[in-house]
Design a protein around this ligand. Structure first.
Ligand code: GAL
Length: 372
């Protein structure tokens, strides 16, 4: 990241010097990328929902980083409603946005509005979630989503004691009862998380170390539409009832928002206490989830630093608006049906009670006080 910033900084230094000569441009060249002629340019940021903490952090981080570079911003949340998101993006275009950063609700529903953006030369960055079925998405800023799933599957096995902290088999053969919860089937990430997790879990399902009492081992059966905690809770309660009192040892949960519903469902069954609570995974290091890990309910989460993701997206926008090519590190894996979208993928990190301080507090993501 530092090297990328430096490169952009150096490129911007030349541009800023030229512009300063003719327009009295902003000083401070060499500290951060200079927006030059884009000073005051509007960037539209479309986020899916405020119901998960991570998107609130994402929105705030993108706005503050763009504003530091002199851009104006229009940040909108769509309450997980697809027509709302479409009309918010239409408004951004109508207001003269020079670039768009979009975390889609349903990755396939933005074709028309992005056609309109493209016809006006407005570049589009897909933020965290790939936008599918359109040529008119220029770059993709995300995390290594398959790896997120691998980490989730691995931490389920670690929590159960099948693997040790180094990822080596302990010889524990179970059988362990687990249920599987996947993300929304209209979110491109959800299949990446699932495929990553199943790449780790499948051998243990095949040899009987893991047993799924419901038999629901297909993505479509495990998927929770719109990632809604209430849908996860309903499914968990149904699975507990159908299980007729059989104890679960673990639950693969694709995100913290699902874990909230899963844990509520487990608790409402009255079958679990601190001694037999199942291993529940997650993703996003939402504050509530981190507290739940500290309280001994949720077992793990995956930390995806939204500050870094915001930086990637902001640098992409800034490069494009300065006529430069954004840096990418994956130009093969994210085919949206119309093209392979060049991506920059960040590394996710597994968090359990053992490394919360090291990963989340020492990095300044949360303060000790927030975790109380
Ligand atoms: C995914 C995202 C996850 C999680 C989930 C639910 O697209 O990658 O980090 O937030 O949506 O919001």
């Amino acid at each position: 990241m530092k090297a990328r910033k430096l490169l952009i900084g150096i490129a911007a230094l030349g541009l800023a010097t030229t512009l300063a000569a003719c327009s009295g441009g902003r000083g401070g060249a060499g500290t951060e990328a200079e927006p030059g002629s884009n000073d005051g340019a509007l960037v539209g940021i479309a986020m899916p929902t405020q119901s998960s903490e991570r998107w609130i952090d994402d929105g705030n981080n993108v706005v503050s980083q763009l504003e530091e570079l002199g851009y104006e911003t229009d940040l909108q949340y769509a309450n997980d409603d697809i027509p709302t998101q479409v009309s918010q993006i239409e408004n951004m275009i109508a207001q003269g946005a020079k670039a768009l950063i979009v975390a889609s609700i349903d990755g396939t529903t933005l074709t028309d509005v992005l056609e309109s953006a493209a016809s006006q030369g407005i570049p589009v960055i897909a933020y965290d979630r790939l936008i599918n079925g359109t040529e008119n998405v220029d770059y993709y800023a995300s995390f290594d989503n398959f790896r997120v799933g691998v980490q989730q599957g691995t931490s389920l096995l670690t929590g159960l004691g099948v693997l040790d902290a180094e990822g080596n088999e302990t010889g524990e053969a179970g059988p362990y009862n687990v249920e599987l919860f996947a993300g929304s089937n209209d979110d491109n990430n959800a299949t990446f998380f699932w495929d990553g997790a199943m790449s780790v879990l499948e051998p243990y399902l095949e040899d009987g170390t893991l047993v799924v009492p419901s038999g629901q081992t297909e993505f479509e059966q495990a998927s929770i539409l719109r990632w809604l905690p209430e849908n996860a809770q309903d499914r968990m309660e149904n699975l507990v009832t159908a299980g007729g009192g059989a104890q679960l040892d673990g639950v693969l949960s694709a995100a913290d928002v699902l874990s909230v519903g899963i844990i509520a469902g487990l608790n409402s069954s009255g079958q679990y206490n601190a001694d037999n609570f199942p291993i529940v995974t997650g993703q996003d290091a939402d504050l509530g989830a981190v507290k739940s890990i500290l309280a001994g309910e949720q077992y793990s989460t995956i930390f995806k630093d939204t500050r870094e993701l915001a930086t990637v997206a902001v640098e992409m926008v800034d490069a494009l608006l300065n006529g430069e090519e954004p840096e990418t590190n994956n130009d093969t894996d994210y085919d949206n049906g119309e093209k392979v979208v060049p991506a920059f993928l960040l590394d996710p990190v597994v968090v359990t009670a053992d490394n919360i301080t090291e990963v989340l507090v020492d990095s300044g993501y949360y303060t000790e006080d927030e975790l109380q």
